[in-house]
Design a protein around this ligand. Structure first.
Ligand code: FAE
Length: 528
């Protein structure tokens, strides 16, 4: 695979087009195709365009994570965060705010384009990855294929057989999905926490299931044996993994650059999208430096525009474009259908004899699968809490079937895009998670932990999500293949296509849908 590099203008024609806006630079860099964002949707688009021989520029607002800091590492660990951890913050904002109600988790840091962002809206904040690879840099690597029946419920116009026969397998193969060895799982201290949660689930009569991951479990076993540098076994995850994880920069994006047709510009945030009189797309970007200062403005032109800026990024760009009139033909479903995938986090306190281990791998490999329970469908990921000491806490990220949806709207006064999600909508997820975990506590004579999420008695973290989904839902804001309605040659390939819920961790679905879109678009839309 080719090493990742960025090049300022490699492969692009600089043409002296008339600027669309007087205040902007006259020079416009043009490429046949532009991809905004380098997460799952963007990476699939870039690779398949590059393979088709189409010169493609990827614009990414975050950094390329390939240089080491003074500690010799590219990423910092979750237990000792520094400036590399979060996107322009003076203090980290980890999902677990406290431990024993003490502010032990978060640390002061200097502002820097760090790898994890927490985007705050009124009643919901959303964690996203920033950098070449998007969410793949910070996520837990859980590579879960949804149940066909639920996929079909969410995407009634998509051919399920084709998805499960072609696009899910293609996505999993490209992403490097593998599974923990069952024998090693049963014996290693690093997954004691998962076995303890499995026992509590079994005592309740609940089913658990192994969950595949993109972390290389062969590498992890070598970490445990002391023959490889520790990453998942050294507390690395939400601020990046220095080893072991097949993030997109090592899979799709490396292959995309290897085609010779793809270039990535980093630290360049697309601010607006419009159209020139000839129908080509015109993008304006802010170029930022390591202090976050805008040091320049870019203008780009393309024939084919692919939006892979994630549910938040793509929804924001399109809502703004519609409501400020730069793309007035976008329909009213742009910005709608957003949900949290029903995310709720919680902790349980185990009995003293049910230890979870001082040593915990950061990659989850097991979930409690109660999705088939029609009264209260929940899939709960058994999450690690690697504090480096025994704490008897079982942590979970519950994915509930919350039907609530919200919309993004453009606020003319501030020029910003708002999300209309309310606390009452999160309460629906909490009720469902509580119903399941009340059962688990009753069966095991255990209680919740009250000390993990800030305020004195907060049991359920209902104010953030890892799984923002929707905003440009397939078949509503777009046609059935991600072609944006009202704007020819404009495509969405990321999580904004998923209507707010998919029942499992979402990146395999996002990747497979992007593969499906690219196969169709390259066959039908880009032919000469
Ligand atoms: P994403 O990966 O978010 O990529 C969007 C990219 O666009 C980012 O690199 C942005 O910096 C960039 N961008 C945004 N706006 C602009 C702009 N205006 N101009 C230029 N660039 C822009 O989108 N999912 C799983 O399936 N399994 C897991 O175990 C899992 N764990 C997670 C843990 C954490 C802490 C987090 C935050 C997420 C987790 N997720 C997990 C969710 C998963 O990472 C997420 O669904 C995907 O990354 C979404 O993919 P997209 O392609 O939609």
């Amino acid at each position: 695979m080719a090493a990742l590099q960025t090049a300022a203008t490699l492969g692009f024609t600089r043409v002296g087009l008339q600027s669309a806006r007087a205040a902007e630079p006259a020079a416009v860099e043009s490429a046949p195709a532009i991809v905004v964002g380098s997460g799952y949707g963007g990476a699939v688009a870039a690779l398949r365009l590059g393979q088709a021989g189409i010169r493609t520029l990827v614009l990414e607002m975050g950094r390329l994570w390939n240089t080491t800091g003074s500690d010799g590492k590219v990423f910092c660990s979750t237990l000792a965060p520094d400036q590399r951890s979060m996107w322009f913050r003076t203090r980290t904002e980890a999902p677990l705010a406290t431990f024993l109600w003490l502010d032990l988790v978060n640390k002061d840091i200097s502002p820097y384009p760090g790898v994890l962002d927490r985007v705050h809206f009124d009643a919901m904040s959303v964690y996203v990855g920033r950098g070449v690879g998007g969410g793949s840099l910070v996520n837990g690597g859980m590579a879960v294929t949804p149940l066909p029946a639920y996929f079909a419920e969410q995407f009634p116009t998509v051919d399920v057989n084709e998805m499960y026969g072609t696009y899910f397998p293609r996505a999993r193969a490209m992403l490097g999905v593998n599974s923990v060895g069952p024998a090693w799982f049963e014996s290693t201290e690093w997954y004691r926490f998962a076995r303890t949660s499995r026992k509590a689930a079994a005592n309740t009569g609940l089913r658990t299931t192994f969950v595949p991951n993109v972390y290389d479990f062969g590498y992890m076993e070598r970490e445990a044996a002391g023959t490889a540098t520790k990453s998942a076994l050294a507390g690395e995850v939400i601020y990046g993994n220095n080893h072991g994880k097949k993030s997109l920069d090592k899979t799709y994006l490396a292959a995309a650059l290897g085609t010779g047709n793809v270039t990535i510009h980093t630290m360049e945030r697309v601010r607006s999208v419009g159209r020139a009189p000839d129908g080509t797309y015109v993008l304006t970007t802010d170029r930022i430096d390591d202090t976050g200062t805008v040091v320049g403005t870019g203008q780009y032109g393309c024939t084919y525009l692919f939006l892979g800026a994630g549910s938040l990024g793509t929804s924001e760009l399109l809502v703004r474009a519609r409501d400020t009139g730069t793309l007035p033909d976008l329909n009213s479903r742009v910005g709608a259908g957003w949900g949290t995938n029903g995310n709720t986090m919680l902790g349980r306190a185990n009995h003293l004899w049910d230890t979870v281990g001082a040593h915990q791998a950061t990659m989850p490999v097991m979930g409690i699968d109660d999705w088939a329970n029609a009264d209260n469908p929940v899939f709960a990921e058994i999450a690690p809490l690697p504090m480096g000491f025994e704490h008897w806490v079982s942590l979970y990220l519950a994915i509930t079937k919350n039907p609530e949806r919200a919309s993004f709207t453009y606020d003319t006064a501030s020029g910003s895009v708002k999300l209309g999600w309310s606390a009452a909508q999160s309460a629906v997820s909490v009720r469902m998670a509580k119903k399941l975990f009340d059962r688990i506590n009753a069966a095991n004579a255990t209680i919740y932990r009250y000390d993990l999420f800030g305020s004195p008695s907060k049991v359920f973290a209902d104010d953030f999500t890892y799984h923002p989904l929707g905003g440009c839902v397939l078949g509503e804001a777009t046609d059935d293949y991600g072609r944006v309605k009202g704007c020819s040659r404009l495509y969405v390939t990321d999580g904004s296509l998923v209507p707010g819920s998919i029942g499992v961790n979402p990146f395999v679905t996002i990747t497979a849908l992007a593969e499906r879109t690219m196969a169709r678009v390259l066959a039908e839309d880009t032919a000469p």
